[in-house]
Write a new protein. Structure first.
Length: 226
């Protein structure tokens, strides 16, 4: 997507104790987690697409009556949106699981509990057995389906990250199997600026809290789960 001027560039601004201000005509759509016959999340399906807007405000407190958009409720409930997330780069804090063909990098504090990493023994065990082509394939799929970017998998031989390809877009995660609405899924390196003006590390995929309960604001920590 090409933008005509700086103020049209894709960006998300975290407001102090308020919403996420989104600018740049970023596509916004429902993204639903679907499970397989064994009950494990296995695929994403896109649902309703919202009309493109140059600017919009997405609810961060979780109590708007006009979700996903802000209706000002954060002021009535005295929402505390203090940002507590680490500003260290992902690779500086990620733990590594090394296998024959793959390396799995894991920053657990970013977990949004989407559960794609649980199938077929789990991403960590699959990485450890990545000399098996099927295990390697499943490990890559599971890591790439992680919306929060908690899991980033690399080719051990080249050191290159294996990442899904996205357009700049925002997904509203729905998890019907768990009976919850999940986080805001930000994709393809959209800048996220803190309330105090610092831009968080640009990443291909991150999840922002939209229930208001995360202890890792502005990022999701799975607190929306029952």
């Amino acid at each position: 997507m090409k933008f005509m001027a700086e103020n049209h560039e894709a960006k998300i601004k975290v407001c102090k104790n308020g919403p996420y201000l989104v600018s740049g005509r970023i596509p916004l759509a429902i993204q639903t987690i679907y499970v397989n016959s064994e009950g494990y999340p296995s695929e994403w399906r896109e649902g309703e697409k919202y009309p493109l807007q140059e600017n919009c405000a997405l609810c961060r407190c979780g109590q708007s009556k006009n979700k996903p958009f802000c209706d000002g409720t954060h002021t009535k409930v005295n929402f505390d949106g203090t940002e507590t997330a680490s500003r260290k780069k992902f690779m500086e804090r990620a733990e590594k699981t090394s296998g024959p063909a793959l390396i799995l990098n894991d920053a657990e504090d970013l977990c949004a509990v989407a559960r794609f990493c649980d199938r077929a023994g789990g991403a960590w065990e699959l990485t450890e057995h990545s000399d098996d082509p099927n295990s390697e394939k499943n490990a890559i799929e599971e890591a790439c389906n992680c919306p929060s970017g908690r899991l980033v998998i690399c080719d051990k031989k080249t050191g290159k990250e294996i990442e899904p390809v996205f357009e700049k877009s925002i997904g509203l995660v729905e998890d019907p199997h768990a009976g919850v609405s999940g986080p805001i899924w930000v994709r393809c390196g959209i800048p996220i600026e803190s309330a105090d003006g610092v831009v968080y590390e640009l990443r291909n995929r991150v999840t922002l809290c939209r229930c208001g309960k995360s202890s890792n604001k502005p990022f999701c920590d799975g607190s929306h789960m029952p």
